[in-house]
Design a protein around this ligand. Sequence first.
Ligand code: NAD
Ligand code: TDX
Length: 332
Amino acid sequence: MRRLLVTGGAGFIGSNFVHFVLENTDDTITVLDKMTYAGNRASLAGLPADRFRFIEGDICNAELVGQLFSEHDAVVHYAAESHNDNSLTGPAPFVETNIIGTFTLLEAARKSGIRYHHVSTDEVYGDLELDDPARFTENTPYNPSSPYSSTKAGSDLLVRAWVRSFGVQATISNCSNNYGPRQHVEKFIPRQITNLIDGIHPRLYGDGLNVRDWIHADDHSSAVLRILDGGRIGETYLIGADGEKTNREVIELILEAMGESPDAYDLVNDRPGHDRRYAIDWSKLRDELGWSPRYSDFSSGIADTVRWYKENEEWWRPQKAATERKYAETGQ
Ligand code: NAD
Ligand code: TDX
């Protein structure tokens, strides 16, 4: 039994990890979350009180972080500003949370000696051409495009330096695009599902041919737990599930799952600097730690996700109007 601290545990992937760990281990969990617009306490409802505790607070608060590190055996760091579009209209909180927040955690890790796992993204590697046979590996040079991905890249580099310079007991994972229940309606898949529920056409950026490499959030959680248990200190592991799809293909699957015509979508303004394609080679995680993803059927994963948003309108409805107002300002 381990005492885990999970930062950002009220967000999409952090809350998935909390559920996954409580269901699959004897560990106890404390969530530290600032409850920004992206945090949702409903994502943590019904968890066992003897194994789960919630603390509202900022990862940039060194005193609070230091106290919490002294009470736990390991920290898994999910807290971040996570949305590329927001980083283009207001980058300041990205620098604050993703860089200063990570720095604050690393300084506390250095003092306490706690085991630290850093959750990051494949976007740190930039993008690939559509016809490039290559996929990202742990040795691909960093080349981030957006304020979001550059602050995540900066945070990864801090972790590497704190391992090498100060012996912090850290591992890093870089995962591809996640989907599943409890994802904020600003993100691509939930935005389109909830638009369709509201009778609005899905909205595709640019030509709709950008490729993302999709993985179910449960598979991301099982991979992070595997790395926390068996990963080598100082190592980076890429997490993916061979899920490359164009955005247009994803929209067509959503439309099909919702009984709509496959061309019932609109093309809208492109995202500035929009990365063309991401693709992950996750063979290191398979070969070293014996991990593999469980969700192999993307269309049935999408159908399950559609069902979840239909059945849990009270979870997403409070954020929907404000999210769409933001998109209206950029013509998206
Ligand atoms: P999210 O936006 O849904 O959740 C982020 C959470 O962090 C929220 O609960 C928010 O309140 C909290 N938070 C933000 N600033 C904070 C601060 N200063 N102190 C404490 N808590 C704070 O994000 P997500 O999609 O669940 O992503 C989680 C992590 O996974 C991020 O680090 C992200 O970079 C990474 N990641 C995401 C994806 C993806 O597809 N969504 C893929 C790879 C990696
Ligand atoms: O309405 C939309 N229409 C559209 O075509 C939205 C919201 C997005 N898109 C496109 C942009 C991307 O090509 O869909 C794709 C996915 O967009 P997002 O959901 O915003 O994800 P992305 O920018 O790829 O980043 C995600 O994956 C990596 C997460 O938000 C990041 O946190 C993670 O690091």
